[in-house]
Each structure stands twice: as structure tokens, then as C-alpha cells.
Design a protein around this ligand. Structure first.
Ligand code: GTP
Ligand code: MG
Length: 452
């Protein structure tokens, strides 16, 4: 069973959309868990990956997905954060994905981040479908738990149906304004030319069978046509998170999007100072339907193939950066692979100026998102780095000429004990938060306060 040459790769499905439109809830419903309840400010701050096997898909989709019709192993869903500061994380989610689900709240309609997501999908040429979510909030709605949309429609009053239709046609109109010919999904013949809109509720599950059926059909066709890829090649992935695990030290949560990685293989990983060359000690796989960010139990495996979320244990991973590339070396020259990793990292550097604030963030993606948010707010950056607040950051911030630049903005990071002391002894201010826009707002308020 280990020879996977010629096997279809698990399609990567990115879930995009405006904040609070229901991306995480939709995935929760599909995998039967409750990740969204445990999130800070209920906003998804990192990209999460969940592998949903074919049997789960067909179980949820009932008669709409017959597993015998498909030779795909399942779907790998990537949840992405919705706040406007997350453009870059999302674009990475978009580029990583084979197909995307754009979640739009039927009552709220198109919002700025919906448009941003569409821009990313256009730019990356990612085929997508629209999940018109929260249909259960339509006034007078009569919910039909977990049913396909046709059955649900039949159970509604004429008024409720009309109200929903009005909202759906508004969404279709908005898509057309963006240059897409769109329609309700059951009227769409060719999903690579026209955008299908699937009305659903992440809360009650109605319409989710339809969404899964469309996703399976679209990926089966799309992947067959375009990517009969060799999943046995050297693995390529992106680091989601660097985490300490008991017994393993620093480990990486990775989305493997191409090829295979095996135990004992040499890998190159993007690090804070330079690329890290190391050897895989253990591959730890979350159970099916488990979210890699929150899962505590893993199965140890000797190799995995794309696409999947996998935890990699290896020596010397302390300096690895979330958002950085991971590459299996295998039969290639190690220097060649190091260069590849360096080239990819060079594409995601933050612009800094001679005067400005110091920014620390937990991942490359969030650092980039912070930089974007600060640029939008016209806040100059002196220095931006991934990692906890260290004494060096305090001394750098302390050299600023203006008081409003004697500032460290920390997103989702800790303060090292020595830095804590240095902060007390200096006039440097630390703002820290795990919600980006809150952090920018807090700083803005401080600057305005001072100008009064
Ligand atoms: P970000 O990760 O912050 O971008 O948000 P999100 O798109 O993941 O939204 P999330 O799933 O956290 O849902 C936001 C809120 O909408 C939560 O309170 C959900 O319970 C609610 N919600 C999501 N889907 C539905 C739905 O279909 N019906 C109803 N009534 N509420 C929903
Ligand atoms: Mg979310």
C-alpha cells in the first residue's frame, strides 16, 4: 500500500470569506467538532488543516455522493482567517489550494473581505464555488437538519423561499459585477466556467450534502484533467506552526501539498536566520477529521503523501518559522534545495524604514499581515521579526527619536523574562494582543492620546 505512484492526490480545498461569515463553523459541521468555540475572539488567527476521508464525505452527503463514483481519498480543508489584515495568509491559502469555497453570509452579502478573497482567487486562477451560508436565519425559516437543499426548499413557506431567493440573486449579481457568470449550482453545467452558488447553513447542516457533492465532482474532474501528479516525488510543504511537543522538542505542523515525506529523510526548512537542514525523526499524523492545530493524539507513520496535514519531529527546528517552506531533499543536491527555500523566503520580506515601531509576530504570515495593517494605518516599521519579545527588541525600540516610535507591537508572542525587566527600566511601551486590528487600534489610540 506504500506505492502511491499514480494515485490521485487529495485535493486541497481552501475555505475563504469575510470575518464571521461562518468558515470555521462550516468545517466544524463537516468534521463534527467544535474548533470555533475555542478561538480567541472567535476569530481564526492561523490557517488550520483538516483531512476529511471519503467515507465521512459520503456519509454526510448521503445519496448525493456515492463513494464508488470517486477515486479521490477525500478532501483536505484549509480554514483561513477572515479579518482584513490577513490578506497574505489568505493568499497563501488561496495559492496552496486546488479549489476554494467562498463563504458568504446570505444576509450580510458581499463585504470587503469577500471582494479581497475574490481578488486572490482571480489572481491565483483557483476554481471556486460560493457557499451562501446562514440560510437558517431567513425570517420564517423551517430548518431541515442535514438535508439536501432541494428537500429543505420544499419544506419552506412561499415567503421564506422568496426572501432567500432575493438574497441569493443579490449574491449572483455581485459575482457578475466581479466578472463571473454565476448561478444556483443546480443550473450550472460547467463549474470551471461558471460559479455555482450553494445555499446552506453551517449551523443546521442543510445544503452541506450539496456542497460536498459539488466539491467532490469538481475536484475529481479538475484533478483528473490537470494533475495526475506523482505523489511519490520529494515532498513540498508549508509550515503552519512551530510547536513544542513533549518527548520531541520543537516540531512543525506542516501542510504537505506535493510529493511524499518519509522518516529519516533530509529536509530543508525556512528558519529565522538561515535555512535549516535536518533529518526527519518522526512523522505524526492527526487522526482523520481532526484539526491539526488542536489535535493532541497522533499516529506515528513512516511516510505520508500529499495532500495532508502532518506534524514533523526533527532536531534543530527551534528557529523554524511558521509560513516558511519545507522541502524534502531526497536525490537532489542539498545546496540546490537551500537556494529554492531562500528564493521563496525572499518573496515575503517586510518593508522597513529608518524611524518606526518594532513589530514581533508568531508567524511569517501574521508578520506580513501586521505589516499590511500598519501600512494601511500609515504606521512606519523600523524592524519586523518572527519570535518572542527579546531584550534586543527593547534596546532597539529605545533608540527611537519620537516617543510614538518607542514602541513594540507584539502579535501572539510572549515576552522573554529578561526583556520584561528591560521594559520596566525603559520608556519603551509594549502593546500586545492576539487580534491584529485590536493591536493596531490600541496603538492608534495611544498616538492620538499623545497628540491631544
Ligand atoms: P473568522 O474565522 O473570524 O473569519 O470567522 P468565520 O468565518 O470562521 O466564522 P465562524 O464560523 O466563527 O462563525 C461566526 C458566527 O456565525 C458564529 O457565532 C457562528 O455560530 C455563526 N454562524 C456560522 N454559520 C452559521 C449558520 O449557518 N447559521 C447561523 N444562524 N449562524 C451561523
Ligand atoms: Mg474562523
Amino acid at each position: 500500500t506504500h506505492d502511491q505512484t499514480g494515485t490521485l492526490r487529495t485535493p486541497i480545498v481552501a475555505v475563504l470569506g469575510h470575518v464571521d461569515h461562518g468558515k470555521t463553523t462550516l468545517l466544524d459541521k463537516i468534521r463534527g467538532s467544535a474548533v470555533s468555540e475555542g478561538e480567541a475572539g472567535a476569530i481564526t488567527q492561523h490557517i488550520g488543516a483538516t483531512a476529511v476521508p471519503l467515507d465521512t464525505v459520503s456519509q454526510m452527503a448521503g445519496s448525493l455522493v456515492d463513494p464508488d463514483d470517486f477515486d479521490l481519498p477525500g478532501l483536505l480543508f484549509i480554514d483561513t482567517p477572515g479579518h482584513h489584515s490577513f490578506t497574505t495568509l489568505r493568499s497563501r491559502g488561496g495559492a496552496l489550494a486546488d479549489i476554494a469555497v467562498l463563504v458568504v453570509d446570505v444576509n450580510d452579502g458581499f463585504q470587503p473581505q469577500t471582494l479581497e478573497a475574490i481578488d486572490i482567487l482571480k489572481r491565483t486562477g483557483t476554481p471556486f464555488i460560493v457557499a451562501a451560508n446562514k440560510i437558517d436565519t431567513t425570517p420564517g425559516w423551517n430548518p431541515q437538519e442535514g438535508e439536501p437543499i432541494q428537500q429543505t426548499y420544499e419544506a419552506q413557506s412561499k415567503q421564506a423561499r422568496q426572501r432567500l431567493d432575493e438574497n441569493l440573486y443579490e449574491i449572483i449579481g455581485n459575482l457578475s459585477d466581479e466578472g463571473f457568470s454565476a448561478d444556483l449550482y443546480w443550473r450550472v453545467q460547467n463549474f470551471t466556467k461558471n460559479i455555482g452558488v450553494v445555499p446552506l447553513s453551517a449551523m443546521t447542516g442543510e445544503g452541506i450534502p450539496d456542497l460536498l457533492a459539488v466539491l467532490m465532482g469538481l475536484s475529481q474532474r479538475y484533478m483528473k484533467a490537470e494533475m495526475e501528479i506523482d505523489v511519490a516525488g520529494p515532498g513540498k510543504g508549508t509550515v503552519l506552526e512551530v510547536k513544542e511537543e513533549r518527548g520531541f522538542g520543537a516540531t512543525l505542523d506542516v501542510v504537505l501539498y506535493d510529493g511524499t515525506v518519509r522518516e529519516d529523510e533530509t529536509i530543508v526548512v525556512g528558519g529565522a536566520n538561515s535555512p535549516i537542514v535536518t533529518e526527519v525523526r518522526a512523522l505524526l499524523q492527526p487522526r482523520p477529521n481532526a484539526e491539526i492545530r488542536t489535535e493532541k493524539r497522533f499516529d506515528r507513520v513512516d511516510q505520508v503523501s500529499a495532500a495532508t496535514g502532518i506534524k514533523i519531529a526533527a532536531p534543530d527546528l527551534e528557529d523554524a518559522m511558521a509560513g516558511a517552506p519545507v522541502r524534502v531533499v531526497r536525490d537532489r543536491d542539498v545546496d540546490e534545495v537551500i537556494e529554492e527555500v531562500q528564493a521563496e523566503l525572499a518573496g515575503i520580506e517586510v518593508e522597513t524604514e529608518e524611524q518606526g515601531v518594532v513589530v514581533k509576530a508568531d508567524t511569517l504570515g501574521s508578520l506580513e499581515a501586521m505589516a499590511n495593517a500598519l501600512q494601511e494605518a500609515e504606521v512606519p516599521i523600523l524592524r519586523a521579526e518572527v519570535g518572542d519579545v527579546a531584550p534586543r527588541d527593547v534596546s532597539i525600540a529605545g533608540t527611537a527619536r519620537e516617543d510614538e516610535h518607542k514602541v513594540i507591537l507584539g502579535f501572539n508572542v510572549d515576552v522573554l523574562p529578561d526583556a520584561e525587566e528591560d521594559l520596566e527600566d525603559s520608556d519603551v511601551r509594549l502593546f500586545s494582543h492576539d487580534v491584529i486590528y485590536q493591536l493596531v487600534e490600541d496603538y492608534d489610540e495611544f498616538v492620538t492620546e499623545r497628540k491631544r
